[in-house]
Design a protein around this ligand. Structure first.
Ligand SMILES: *Cc1c(COP(=O)(O)O)cnc(C)c1O
Length: 399
């Protein structure tokens, strides 16, 4: 019995930790907001009326269930059985909306009138502005001044959706600075504002809450795979990792089945040893970032290193605490793919299957040949988003 009680868990414990990672390292001013969320989130999620509204919106608004597509030509090429979980077909073009739908319903139930969010490339900002339009809530999105210049189409989408986009003008004027500004705004407006974080990062309970909203991905994979193959569990689940929300959702219902290999793919940028990468697990060390103890890329004296990746969604110097624990415990396998490998994989999928993937998802595709999967095994790859937003980059590689 003792052994069962001590069975290793990959889920958060009641103190907000995954092994030695997680927790809530926050300024005192933020404590009431985070505490209010922590005290209420499980009860709200479990409420049948919440479940009904969440599931109805996922079905009729987002377009779930997304298909689990048996990719025949890709399978032939890699001599194994590859299924693509088509999160690219979600409304707004990626998995992020699963989380923003859940969080906007949470905000309503907590009586909040205004939403604040951070965004890097603008994908999470667009997903947040979308649900705010849907629910008629005020939306303020902080975005680095540099990112505002680089990501004009997503800035326009957010504005059309009625959001106010506020520039973060400090530091490198990118995602990290936008996150700091959004947190500052939240501190100053604790009563009426909810902060929608875009990945499985931040102080407890955010990583667990976001993972629960994204877990619909693996919930669907199980019954869909059974329809295709007669078996609910694949041999491999593969997903790219920025903060880690699409991977967390794809892994969620397989965490305790140790025969299912969980493969996370980070962005190696120009190469692991180039000094220009975002491969947190490969290069990072434990530390505290944006409210949780996790693994992050840092200098000898603990300064956060500026990340680099061709894909804005993976361009983050940290990783969610659950992933840090999957890496440290050995439950997860962490690989990386370079910018060039990702672009090549994007073209390969497009030409073999007629699907243009997001640059982020292309990092996961890039490791298919390295898994060592046999012809009798099954691989589920989470295709986190579509490539429309990346056409500018892809065009540079078309003669
Ligand atoms: C934002 C984004 C990611 C990275 O975020 P995770 O939280 O790691 O999932 C991956 N793919 C797409 C398409 C994205 O928009």
């Amino acid at each position: 019995m003792e052994a069962i009680a001590e069975k290793k868990s990959y889920q958060v414990n009641d103190r907000g930790y995954y092994g030695t990672f997680g927790g809530a390292f926050i300024p005192e001013m933020l404590y009431p907001n985070v505490e209010e969320l922590r005290e209420n989130y499980l009860q709200i999620i479990a409420d049948p009326s919440f479940q009904k509204e969440f599931n109805d919106l996922l079905r009729h608004y987002v377009g779930r269930p997304t298909p689990l597509y048996p990719a025949h030509r890709l399978s032939e090429k890699y001599k194994t059985n590859i299924f693509l979980k088509r999160e690219d077909l979600c409304h707004t073009g990626a998995h992020k909306v699963n989380n923003t739908i859940g969080q906007i319903l949470m905000a309503q139930r907590l009586g909040k009138k205004r939403i604040v969010a951070e965004t890097g490339a603008g994908q999470h900002g667009v997903a947040t502005a979308t649900v705010c339009a849907l629910m008629n809530l005020e939306c303020i999105v902080y975005m680095g001044e540099l990112d505002i210049e680089r990501q004009a189409p997503n800035v326009a989408r957010m504005k059309m959706l009625g959001a106010e986009v506020r520039p973060a003008t400090c530091g490198s004027r990118t995602l990290k600075d936008a996150t700091n500004e959004a947190m500052r705004h939240w501190i100053n407006n604790p009563v009426d504002t909810h902060y929608i974080i875009g990945s499985v990062v931040g102080p407890h309970p955010y990583p667990d809450m976001v993972a629960r909203f994204q877990s619909v991905i693996s919930e669907e994979i199980r019954w869909q795979l059974k329809e295709h193959t007669g078996k609910e569990t694949p041999d491999y689940v593969v997903a790219c990792v920025g903060g880690g929300s699409n991977a967390a959702g794809a892994f969620y219902h397989f965490l305790d089945e140790e025969n299912v290999k969980l493969v996370a793919v980070e962005a190696a940028g120009l190469g692991l040893t180039s000094g220009h990468s975002a491969a947190t697990v490969a290069l990072g060390k434990p530390g505290v970032l944006h409210g949780s103890r996790t693994i992050l890329m840092q200098t000898e004296d603990g300064q956060v290193v500026e990340p680099f990746s061709i894909s804005a969604g993976l361009d983050y110097p940290g990783i969610g605490p659950q992933h840090a624990w999957l890496a440290a415990s050995g439950r997860g396998t962490f690989l990386s793919a370079t910018d060039d490998e990702a672009v090549q994989a994007a073209f390969e999928l497009t030409r073999l299957e007629g699907i243009i993937p997001a640059l982020e998802s292309s990092h996961a595709l890039a490791v298919l040949g390295r898994l060592g999967a046999s012809k009798d095994e099954t691989v589920v790859l989470n295709l986190s988003g579509r490539g429309d937003k990346d056409m500018g980059t892809y065009m540079k590689h078309i003669d």
